[in-house]
Design a protein around this ligand. Structure first.
Ligand code: NAD
Ligand code: UD1
Length: 338
């Protein structure tokens, strides 16, 4: 039996493939490579010494999905495939709704047709919106998302809840990631954003490698200890471990469950910059600029539910993540194009 990994060539997907293979799972990967390269899957094979099928397939292509489910013995799905750029989603909302929501509905329909009713979904802390105060826990009402990307996560969560409510055979695990950073310890796979990075860690590492002149710190007048935004940065390897245990749980327990995957610790922008400089010995010049519209002051998880039910807890810290990001970035300044 294999787990189908959609978007498995991407940043979090490729890292999770390594952990799944190391846990002895069989995997089948599909991706349309709209934001990734087949080279990441080749690197996963090199890291693990294990082979697996990698199929170019868009989740909106029902016929092709049907073929994949007919060809392989699939019992579960980890669903990473999606578009994720917040700014772009405001410019292209229809493309985001079509790709993320439309694609998920097609995937679920084909799963149901083949009797595969177990799914782990990549959701985001963005579904907590702006009205709650950190730490965020799974009991808090989701909603009030501030951009179409976030709204796709909220809607997909609802679709999956409705599906689980309609048929007791379904197992659904909604994983709300906080801020994934870091890379595989080998430096062979990591985050390779197209164009100018939107997120903090890839921006820092591109400044460090000389691709960008300096970091803009978006605001130092927030109500936080040093005035800069506070987030819960989780090492991608811890996130990947979370998927392996969430999948095992979903394979044995029916119904819909939600888990935060975060560290429970808030780290400011300047703390992350300092940690990066300390972990790598490389200077990261920065300037303080205006706040970024839509940003909140503080976001971090209450991760206790995942620890209680999944026995999962983040083990790596921001220094590990900075070291691993740098190892990836300095050896691959242009990502998989190198
Ligand atoms: P990523 O862009 O590296 O990975 C997504 C993968 O999905 C890419 O390989 C892309 O080519 C593929 N894809 C996109 N649309 C597709 C489609 N229609 N058919 C097939 N493949 C498709 O992003 P990531 O950071 O690895 O994120 C993985 C998932 O986790 C996404 O759903 C994202 O929204 C979610 N997430 C990410 C973060 C983060 O900060 N990285 C935070 C919360 C949630
Ligand atoms: C952003 C998205 C969120 C998405 C998440 C995915 C926005 C408004 N939110 O969250 O929906 O789920 O990415 O990881 O885009 N910062 C700088 N300079 C930079 C970049 C960021 O100072 O060049 C600051 C931000 O103001 C924030 C922190 O760094 O305080 C983290 O930013 P980022 O990595 O973009 O993550 P989020 O804002 O948490």
């Amino acid at each position: 039996m294999a787990v189908l990994v959609t978007g498995g060539a991407g940043y979090i997907g490729s890292q999770t493939c390594v952990h799944l293979l190391e846990a002895g799972k069989e995997i089948v990967v599909i991706d349309n490579f709209s934001n990734s390269s087949p080279k990441s899957s080749q690197a996963v094979r090199e890291i693990t010494g294990k082979d697996f099928p990698l199929i170019e397939c868009d989740i909106r292509d029902e016929e092709k999905l049907d073929e994949v489910f007919s060809q392989y013995d699939i019992d579960s799905v980890i669903h990473f495939a999606g578009l994720k750029a917040v700014g772009e989603s405001c410019q292209k909302p229809l493309e985001y709704y079509d790709n993320n929501i439309g694609g998920t509905v097609k995937l679920l329909s084909v799963m149901r047709k083949h009797g595969v009713k177990c799914i782990v979904f990549s959701s985001s802390a963005t579904v907590y919106g702006e009205k709650h105060t950190a730490p965020f826990n799974e009991e808090m009402e989701a909603g009030g998302t501030t951009n179409p990307y976030g709204t796709t996560k909220l809607f997909i969560e609802q679709i999956l809840k409705d599906l689980a409510a309609s048929d007791p055979e379904w197992s659904v695990s909604l994983l709300r990631y906080f801020n994934p950073i870091g890379a595989h310890i080998s430096g062979k796979i990591g985050e390779a954003p197209n164009g100018i990075p939107n997120n903090l860690m890839p921006y820092i590492s591109q400044v460090a490698v000389g691709k960008r002149e300096k970091l803009s710190v978006f605001g130092d007048d927030y109500d936080t200890p040093d005035g800069t935004g506070v987030r819960d940065y989780i090492h991608v390897a811890d996130l990947a471990d979370g998927h392996v245990v969430a999948l095992d749980r979903a394979l044995s327990v029916k119904g819909c469950e939600i888990f935060n995957l975060g560290t429970g610790k808030g780290v400011s922008v300047l703390e992350l910059v300092n940690a990066f400089q300390k972990a790598t010995g490389v200077k990261v010049p920065y300037v303080i600029t205006a706040r970024r519209p839509g940003d909140i002051a503080t976001s971090y998880a209450d991760p206790s539910k995942a620890e209680r039910i999944l026995g999962w807890k983040a083990k790596r810290d921001i220094f590990d993540a900075c070291r691993d990001t740098w190892n990836w970035q300095k050896n691959n300044p242009n990502g998989f194009d190198d």
